[in-house]
Design a protein around this ligand. Structure first.
Ligand SMILES: [Zn+2]
Length: 344
């Protein structure tokens, strides 16, 4: 298995100060991949800057100019929780361009799968605004770029970040060529992602939300994956699978209230990999979204690479959740979602 990763020190220049989404996240990931020697099993894919034309596949001209302008003014806050520095615009261009490069490497067969280790993250950014630590919607840009360039008709996006990817959902709400599936804590930021949100017009059914109550752990996530995501992706039969990989679903993450373990992420990634092997010649591109406990983040990203490489032993230094939250019953929720999406 040839597995690629995108990384460049430019991503550290998006300087957010003491913010939870800071450069230390990528530094922790890279240093863990180095310490464990796993990095030597991976192929480095050099990122490039996304062009204005590529950003415009998703974003309005006003939004792009606004980010340029704030960078010129040496940074500032874009909303209550999204901040940028003078070099953030450049880093954001490379984040979108990095995921584009990862998708090109996979589509051109240079690697079997790839993971873009980029920041700022993207899945909350909408066409017209930055929000939730995101400036440009990296994965949405790629899901528009790839079909045009490689003549694809169907792309699936799986988003297991603990937050709903409102920006990604919005980008494809009318687009039947992109299946967007999200598991997320609900009720929670950003307040979207209800089961009734399923897409519009011709795209009805190609948005699939799995809002989960706080306290869900490996068992609940794996049930949702096996009972909903697997049949939905199989039915859609994508030619490429993109993943918004957010590791704030881990029990040690301070931002949310879920109880997934590193082992749980590895099992979810394995399910996604099996789907990609079965449906789209293994073509699979991951991009980093959230994940704010540095130990959990680094170990979970490494576990993701291990699964993509076909390594069978997964190290889980943190183990199962000691949070002791009672895992909620989600059987009736799963049943309802299956009914809404005719997955019975
Ligand atoms: Zn998140």
């Amino acid at each position: 298995m040839k597995v690629g990763y995108v990384y460049d020190p430019i991503y550290l220049k998006h300087d957010t100060g003491q913010h939870v989404e800071n450069a230390g996240r990528l530094e922790a990931i890279i240093s863990h991949l180095e310490q464990t020697q796993l990095i030597h099993q991976l192929m480095l894919i050099q990122p490039r800057a996304a062009s204005l034309e590529e950003l415009s596949l998703v974003h309005s001209e006003q939004h792009i100019s606004r980010i340029q302008e704030v960078a010129r003014e040496r940074g500032g806050w874009l909303d209550a929780d999204t901040v940028m520095s003078s070099e953030s615009y450049q880093a954001a261009l490379y984040a979108a361009g990095g995921v584009i490069r990862a998708s090109e490497a996979v589509m051109q067969g240079e690697v079997d799968s790839a993971f873009a280790l980029v920041r700022p993250p993207g899945h909350h950014a909408t066409a017209t605004r930055a929000m939730g630590f995101c400036l440009f919607n990296n994965i949405a840009i790629v899901a528009k770029y790839v079909p045009a360039k490689y003549n694809l008709e169907r792309i699936a996006i799986i988003d297991f970040d603990v937050h709903h990817g409102n920006g990604t959902q919005e980008s494809f709400y009318d687009n039947p060529q992109v299946l967007y599936i999200s598991t997320h804590e609900s009720p929670f930021y950003p307040g979207t992602g209800y089961i009734e949100e399923t897409g519009r017009g011709e795209a009805k059914g190609t948005t699939l939300n799995i809002p989960l109550p706080a306290g869900c752990g490996d068992n609940e996530y794996l049930s949702a994956f096996k009972q909903i995501i697997v049949p939905a992706v199989r039915r859609f039969n994508p030619q490429l699978i993109l993943v918004s990989a957010g590791y704030d679903t881990h029990w040690a993450d301070g931002l949310a209230m879920m109880q997934v373990s590193v082992t749980g992420f590895a099992q979810m990634v394995k399910i996604i990999k099996v789907l990609a092997d079965e449906l789209c010649s293994g073509r699979l591109v991951f991009t980093l979204e959230g994940g704010y406990n540095l130990t959990a983040l680094a170990a979970s990203v490494k576990a993701t690479f291990d699964v993509l490489l076909g390594n069978t032993s997964i190290e889980d230094p943190l183990g199962k959740s000691p949070r002791g939250l009672t895992a909620p019953s989600i059987a009736s929720l799963i049943k309802k979602i299956k009914e809404i999406h005719n997955l019975l």
